[in-house]
Write a protein of this length. Structure first.
Length: 265
């Protein structure tokens, strides 16, 4: 599932391309919304909330989308060939010089703009939200610390605690905090975990490349994420991987057994 910075960047690019313009075409290829015609509406803006996107239109109407595992929004010039097959298209929003195409958007909903909180009101503070301040940081830290015995990696992925962290940043935050993903939340400073999560997301929010090491070269971008069996950049021990979470929520957890003491899978 995409990280919060990926969704943030998609939202900003959509906003730059569509906001302030009138839709020449606005079709939704989804069983529930197939009869909806957004053509003629003005695009007021696009905003991200954690891993959710809201495209707002005139007439107090919003289109909610969520990428899940394989969804994406692409931007094209009129007449360009689309890079994914037509059967994956779920939404087409066209203005005079750009076409936004939503592929594999399994979660798609039209709703009144003033009801957006119905879909995201349960989320924790948005790490890339425009209103981030000391109060938001304190609230995220409070939510993280609320269950001190919970596994740190699981808690960081819980969007009800703080919105935006995915499996990549979970692994990297745990490494930089010096705790295994299976360590209890009480093993770290919750406020530091929140600040570090936001810092990493912010660093990468305006570019498609994601680096937590400060190095954008291939194979050097991440400390432990997807580096199973490779030497740790700090201590040269071999990076390991194990499953964390249960059922459909299980995700691979990467860690350095020397730099990250604590429980393991």
């Amino acid at each position: 599932m995409p990280e919060g910075d990926t969704v943030f960047l998609a939202g900003r690019r959509l906003d730059e391309a569509l906001a302030g313009r009138t839709l020449l075409r606005g079709e939704l290829r989804h069983p529930r919304w197939a009869t909806a015609d957004l053509g003629g509406r003005d695009v007021l803006g696009v905003r991200s909330v954690g891993k959710h996107l809201f495209t707002r239109f005139s007439g107090d109407l919003s289109l909610h989308s969520h990428f899940r595992m394989d969804g994406a929004w692409h931007l094209y010039r009129p007449g360009d060939r689309w890079r994914r097959p037509g059967h994956q298209v779920r939404a087409v929003l066209e203005v005079p010089d750009r076409v936004a195409v939503g592929f594999s958007l399994h979660d798609l909903e039209l709703l009144p703009t003033d009801q957006e909180s119905r879909l995201v009101g349960h989320l924790g503070p948005d790490l890339l939200g425009e209103g981030w301040d000391a109060g938001q940081e304190a609230e995220a830290a409070r939510r993280l610390a609320a269950d001190p015995d919970r596994e740190l990696g699981v808690a960081l992925l819980d969007q009800r605690v703080l919105a935006g962290v995915g499996n990549l940043y979970k692994a990297e935050v745990c490494f930089l905090l010096g705790a295994s993903p299976w360590s209890p939340v009480s093993a770290v400073d919750p406020a530091e975990a929140v600040r570090l999560s936001r810092k990493l997301l912010l660093v990468n929010a305006w570019r498609p490349e994601q680096s937590t090491t400060g190095d954008l070269r291939r194979g050097r971008q991440h400390w432990v994420f997807e580096r199973t069996g490779k030497p740790c950049f700090r201590c040269r021990a071999r990076v390991r991987v194990g499953g964390q979470g249960e059922g459909v929520l299980e995700r691979p957890a990467y860690w350095c057994p020397r730099c990250q003491p604590g429980p393991i899978a």
